[in-house]
Design a protein around this ligand. Structure first.
Ligand code: ADP
Ligand code: MG
Length: 406
C-alpha cells in the first residue's frame, strides 16, 4: 500500500503479552429504546480484541456513545454494549461505572481480562483533548491500540492524545478501513464510478472535488441532488436545497465539465406532498415536480445509474438515493444497491461508506452487496476528501518518534 496513510504501526508488531492494552474502539451504535438497533460496529471490533486476548493481553476497552457532552447521561451508559460485546467475544466483560476514576483504575490493575470503561464522553476532557485526561486514560494501561476508525477524524484525547503516551498500534479494523479507502484514492481500477446521495451536499462537496481527477463518472441522488439541479438552472419544487451552496456547486460542476467527468443527475423523481409515511406521492419527470418534494430518484434515473455502475471496475457509494427509511421512498436506494451488488459479483471493487448507507443496506438485508462496508461515516468522508485524520496522524507520528517512550 502506497497511500498517504501507509506507515501505520501494526497490531502484530505490538508487544502485548502480559500487558494491559487500552483499546479505543468505535462502539457508538444506534440505540432504540435502550436496545442496540444495529451491532455492526461491535462485531467489527471483535477481531482485534480477540487477537489481543489470544496473545495474552488484558484489555481496557473504551469508546464513546452518543453525545453526552461531558457529563453522565444515564441512557448513554455503555452497559448494553458491554453485554453484546461479551456475547460476541464469548468472554466476560467487566464494565466500570467511571472512565478514569477509582473503579476503572482498580479494575485495570486487576487480573480481569476485559474491562470496558464507561462512555468516554462523560468526561469533558475527552472531546477537549485535555492533556490531564489523556494522562489519566494512559495510566490505565501499558499499551494503546486505536481500532476506532469511525472516530479517528476527531482530535479527542482517546484518539489523538494516547499515541504519544503509550507504545501503540493500529487495530485490524482501522488498518483495513484505511487500506480499503486508500484503494479508492490511489490506483483504483477504471472505470471508477462514484454514487453519492444523502441529505446534505455540503457534507460531500469536498469528496466530489477530490474525486474529480480520479473517477470516470459521478451519479448523484438523494436530497443533495436538488442543490446540483438548482445549480444547473432546473426547478425542484419544495425539495431540500442548500441555497447557500449553489454558487460553490456551480464551480464544482464547471470543474467536472472541464475534466470531462459526467455528473449524472436524476431525470425523474418520486414527488410527494410531504416527506412522511402515507403522503400522496407519484413518479414524475423532474420537469413536472411542481410544488411537490422529491423524496427518491425515479426508476428512469435508477436505470441510468445502474447502467453506468454496470461498466465499473471500482464503485464508491455514499448516501442513500432517497428517504429510504420509508418503504415507498426506498426503491431508488434498493435499485442502486442491487446494481452495486451485481458489480461486486462480477469482480468489481465496491465500497459503501456513511452511517445511513450502511443502515440502508442493513434494512435491505444486503450488507454483502459490497466488497467493503465502511463503519465510518464522517471519518470515511474526510479520508476521501484527501485529509489526514488526526487519529491516524498521531499513530504515524508516534512511530516515527520511536516506539515505547514510557
Ligand atoms: P450517509 O450517512 O450514508 O452519509 P447522509 O447522512 O448524508 O447519508 O443522508 C442520509 C439521510 O438523507 C437519510 O436520513 C435520508 O432520509 C435523507 N434523504 C435522502 N434523500 C432525501 C430526499 N430526497 N429528501 C430528504 N431527505 C433525504
Ligand atoms: Mg448520516
Amino acid at each position: 500500500m502506497n497511500g498517504v496513510h501507509s506507515g501505520l504501526p501494526i497490531l502484530d508488531d505490538l508487544d502485548a503479552e502480559g500487558q494491559r492494552v487500552v483499546v479505543r474502539c468505535d462502539l457508538n451504535v444506534p440505540l432504540a429504546n435502550g436496545a442496540i438497533a444495529d451491532d455492526l460496529r461491535i462485531r467489527a471490533a471483535v477481531p482485534t480484541l480477540r487477537a489481543l486476548l489470544e496473545r495474552g493481553a488484558r484489555l481496557a476497552v473504551c469508546s464513546h456513545l452518543g453525545r453526552p457532552k461531558g457529563k453522565v447521561v444515564e441512557d448513554l451508559r455503555l452497559a448494553p454494549v458491554g453485554q453484546r460485546l461479551s456475547e460476541l467475544l464469548g468472554t466476560a466483560v467487566t464494565e466500570t461505572r467511571d472512565v478514569v476514576g477509582e473503579e476503572a483504575a482498580t479494575a485495570c490493575e486487576s487480573d480481569i481480562q476485559v474491562v470496558l470503561l464507561e462512555n468516554l464522553r462523560f468526561e469533558p476532557g475527552e472531546e477537549e483533548n485535555d492533556p490531564a485526561f489523556a494522562d489519566e486514560l494512559a495510566s490505565l494501561g501499558d499499551r494503546y491500540v486505536n481500532d476506532a476508525f469511525g472516530a479517528s477524524h476527531r482530535a479527542h484525547a482517546s484518539i489523538a492524545g494516547l499515541p504519544a503516551r503509550l507504545a501503540c498500534a493500529a487495530g485490524y479494523l482501522l488498518a483495513d478501513e484505511v487500506a480499503k479507502l486508500e484503494r479508492l484514492l490511489h490506483g483504483a481500477e477504471r472505470p471508477y464510478v462514484a454514487v453519492l446521495g444523502g441529505a446534505k451536499v455540503s457534507d460531500k462537496l469536498g469528496v466530489i472535488a477530490n474525486l474529480l481527477d480520479r473517477v470516470d463518472a459521478i451519479c448523484v441522488g438523494g436530497a443533495m441532488a436538488f442543490t446540483l439541479l438548482v445549480a444547473t438552472g432546473q426547478k425542484v419544487g419544495r425539495s431540500l436545497v442548500e441555497e447557500d451552496r449553489v454558487e460553490e456547486v456551480k464551480g464544482v460542476l464547471e470543474e467536472a465539465a472541464r475534466r470531462d467527468v459526467p455528473i449524472l443527475l436524476p431525470v425523474d423523481v418520486v414527488a410527494a406532498d410531504s416527506p412522511e409515511v402515507g403522503s400522496p406521492h407519484k413518479v414524475v419527470p423532474l420537469k413536472r415536480i411542481r410544488d411537490r418534494m422529491g423524496v427518491d430518484i425515479g426508476p428512469r434515473s435508477a436505470e441510468q445509474f445502474a447502467e453506468v455502475i454496470s461498466t465499473a471496475k471500482t464503485v464508491l457509494w455514499n448516501g442513500p438515493m432517497g428517504i429510504f427509511e420509508i418503504d415507498d421512498y426506498s426503491h431508488g436506494t434498493s435499485a442502486v444497491a442491487s446494481a452495486i451488488a451485481a458489480a461486486t459479483r462480477r469482480g468489481a471493487f465496491t465500497v459503501a461508506g456513511g452511517g445511513d448507507s450502511a443502515a440502508a443496506l442493513n434494512r435491505l438485508g444486503m450488507t454483502d452487496a459490497v466488497s467493503h462496508l465502511s463503519t465510518g461515516g464522517g471519518a470515511s468522508l474526510e479520508l476521501l476528501e484527501g485529509r489526514d485524520l488526526p487519529g491516524i496522524r498521531a499513530l504515524r507520528e508516534a512511530t516515527t518518534m520511536g516506539g515505547d517512550r514510557r
